[in-house]
Design a protein around this ligand. Sequence first.
Ligand SMILES: Nc1ncnc2c1ncn2[C@@H]1O[C@H](COP(=O)(O)OP(=O)(O)OP(=O)(O)O)[C@@H](O)[C@H]1O
Length: 269
Amino acid sequence: MDKVTGMLEITGLGHAYGSHRVLQGMDLKVSQGELVTIVGPSGCGKSTLLRCIAGLIRPSEGKVVLNGTPIDGVPDGLAVVFQDYSRSLLPWLTVRDNVALPLRRRGTGKAERRAQAVRALASVGLDDAASKYPWQLSGGMQQRVSIARALAYRPSMLLMDEPFGSVDAQTREDLEDLVLQVHRAEGMTILLVTHDIDESVYLGDRVVVLARNPGRIREELPVSLPAARDQIGTRAAPEFVRLRAEVGRLVRGGAAKDGPPTVHEKPVR
Ligand SMILES: Nc1ncnc2c1ncn2[C@@H]1O[C@H](COP(=O)(O)OP(=O)(O)OP(=O)(O)O)[C@@H](O)[C@H]1O
């Protein structure tokens, strides 16, 4: 696949649902080719932030600019992978047709749509599943299809909202490594929201920790782990252990001030 580009600039972002203020005063920049993870306690507004970036919500305040263009509605250059893959894939379409579907929006011809879908499926290790229906696949495979669909679209930026929240631990690790592989191979800019402190450090070039009530950026931590990561070695590295403790402290710190946290922290393996 071709290299993709992407750059995001968020300034003074705030959002309220009616009188309920959820986000306030957020400034965030994501450079081309970066993988930024966003972690924070439950209800701090992670999904709301992602929905503002995806143009699914018009923020009450502030600006979101993608590749120099202010976002006003769903931008063409973004793809989103949600947690709930079972609702995002169409059961009456084959896996290949699900992956090819968004390319219609771009006006890509049928033969080319199919070819791009097949390439994207190969890149997530699902060459053999193209003619199957989503309901014939495991949860982890369905989420791979969602990722392939996003990749086939060749977005300038990939947004992922708790993408591995509904799969088992082993599948989660496999999908984490798939995201790292895509990030490295395609140079794709990725913004990934997670509850999971370990995951935020394992995947991120940078971890953005949010506090809640109202949702705001508590701290941004660069991750100085080598780009090549592996589930056993990386998680045992002193820098990983240091960072996960630091992120955990920050997430809890937010909670101690603002109410009890709901974070899913795993022991270091
Ligand atoms: N459509 C909506 N209308 C009203 N309130 C909403 C809406 N969506 C979210 N909220 C509220 O906004 C706050 C932030 O929700 P959001 O889902 O953005 O947080 P989150 O950090 O992603 O939460 P979680 O980690 O539990 O998924 C919550 O209090 C939630 O109840």
